[in-house]
Design a protein around this ligand. Structure first.
Ligand code: SF4
Length: 353
C-alpha cells in the first residue's frame, strides 16, 4: 500500500473550508419569512411542476428533502442510483440535493438538462482531498496502472480515470479488474480502498484521503454499545476505519445497509454511517426496530457533529425553492472535461446495468 498524500495538509484544507462556511450568513438553513415546512413544501411542489423539474435527494439529506423527492416523483437514493435516475428521467431540470460531485455527475450524464443545487458550496472531504493536478501527476508516475476513482471526486479527476465506482459496485468492479491481472490506482478513500484490497487481493496503490464523517467512528464505542444491546446487528459503511469494518455484520453502501435492515431479524441496529440514513432505514426496518448511531469520539475531529456531514446539511427546502425560482446554483462542467469524465462513468453504468 502506498500513501501518497499528506493527510495533515488535507485536514487543513477541510478545516479551512468548514471555517469559511461557518462564517457565511446561514441563508440556506431556514426561511427568512418564517414560513412553515408545509408551506415551503407546497411552494416547492408547485415549482417542480412549473419547471418540469425533478428532485434527486441523497439518503444523507434532511428528512423533509427526502419526503419532497418522494412526493414529487423524484428519487431518494445513493449516488449510483441518483446518477442512473437523473440520466434516464425526461425532466428539463434536475435539482440535486447532495454534494457537488453528485450535481456534476448529473450534468456529465445529462448535458442537455439544467442541473441545479441548493448550495454549490456543498462539497466532500474526499473530493477536497484529491486535487486534480497532484492526482494526475501520480497517475503519470504509474502509467501501467488502471485508474479507478470513487464517485466522490471532481469531474476533472473523473476525466483522468479509467473507471468510476461507487461503494455499491466498487467490490465487483475491482474483482473484475483483478481477475484480468490489472494493477490499480485507487482514489481517494483509503479506508474503502483498504477494505476492497483485503476482499479482492487486488494489486492497488491507495490515495490517502478520508471521509470526515466515517473516519470518526470508533471500534471501542461499538463494542461498548454491543454490551448494552448484545442482539444488535452492526451495519457499517466501508468508508469507516478498518477496526470498525471488522466489527460489522454487514458492510455495504447506503442502499445495501438499508436493504440489510429490512431483511435482518435483529431488534436493534448499530449504524456506522451518516445519521441522515435513519429516515429511510426506519421505514425499511419497521418502526419497532431501534436504530442506534455508532459512537464517534468527536474530540479534535474536523466534523462538527460526527455522524452528520456538514456539507449534506447545506441542503434545505428554502435552497431548493431559491434554485427553482431564481435559477441559482447552476452546475457547470467544461465540455472537454465532461466528455472525458462521461466515459468512465458510462463504463460503470454499463457494468452495473
Ligand atoms: S459523508 Fe463523507 S463521503 Fe459523504 S459527502 Fe460527506 S464528507 Fe463526503
Amino acid at each position: 500500500m502506498t500513501q501518497v498524500h499528506d493527510q495533515i495538509r488535507d485536514r487543513g484544507i477541510v478545516r479551512q473550508h468548514l471555517a469559511r462556511l461557518a462564517q457565511r450568513p446561514q441563508k440556506t438553513q431556514g426561511n427568512a419569512n418564517g414560513e412553515s415546512q408545509t408551506l415551503l413544501k407546497a411552494k416547492a411542489r408547485e415549482l417542480f411542476r412549473e419547471r418540469n423539474a425533478v428532485l434527486l435527494a441523497h439518503f444523507y439529506t434532511a428528512p423533509e428533502l427526502q419526503e419532497l423527492a418522494d412526493e414529487t416523483g423524484g428519487c431518494v437514493a445513493d449516488s449510483l442510483e441518483m446518477a442512473r435516475f437523473g440520466a434516464r428521467h425526461d425532466a428539463d431540470t434536475v435539482v440535486v440535493c447532495g454534494v457537488r460531485f453528485m450535481g456534476e455527475t448529473a450534468k456529465i450524464l445529462s448535458p442537455e438538462k439544467t442541473v441545479l443545487m441548493p448550495d454549490l458550496e456543498a462539497t466532500c472531504s474526499l473530493d477536497l482531498g484529491c486535487p486534480v493536478d497532484e492526482f494526475s501527476a501520480f497517475c503519470d508516475d504509474h502509467p501501467d496502472h488502471t485508474v479507478v476513482v470513487y464517485a466522490n471526486t471532481s469531474a476533472a479527476v473523473k476525466a483522468r480515470s479509467d473507471w468510476v465506482v461507487t461503494s455499491g459496485c466498487a467490490l465487483e468492479i475491482i474483482e473484475e479488474l483483478a481477475a484480468r491481472d490489472e494493477k490499480i490506482i485507487w482514489a481517494p478513500d483509503r479506508f474503502l480502498g483498504s477494505y476492497i484490497q483485503k476482499q479482492t487481493g487486488a494489486d492497488m496503490l491507495l490515495w490517502d484521503s478520508a471521509c470526515i464523517v466515517h473516519e470518526e467512528f470508533k471500534a471501542q464505542g461499538i463494542l461498548d454499545l454491543k454490551k448494552v444491546y448484545p442482539e444488535a446487528a452492526v451495519l457499517v459503511h466501508p468508508e469507516s476505519p478498518d477496526a470498525v469494518v471488522e466489527l460489522a455484520d454487514i458492510v455495504g453502501s447506503t442502499s445495501q445497509l438499508i436493504k440489510a435492515s429490512a431483511s435482518l431479524n435483529n431488534p436493534q441496529f448499530i449504524v456506522a454511517t451518516d445519521r441522515g440514513i435513519f429516515y429511510k432505514m426506519q421505514q425499511a426496518a419497521g418502526v419497532e426496530k431501534l436504530l442506534l448511531e455508532a459512537p464517534t469520539a468527536g474530540q479534535g475531529a474536523t466534523c462538527r457533529s460526527c455522524a452528520s456531514c456538514p456539507w449534506m446539511a447545506l441542503n434545505s427546502l428554502q435552497g431548493v425553492i431559491d434554485a427553482l425560482e431564481n435559477g441559482s446554483g447552476v452546475v457547470e462542467v467544461p465540455e472537454d472535461i465532461r466528455v472525458q469524465a462521461a466515459k468512465p462513468l458510462q463504463r460503470m453504468l454499463d457494468f452495473t446495468a
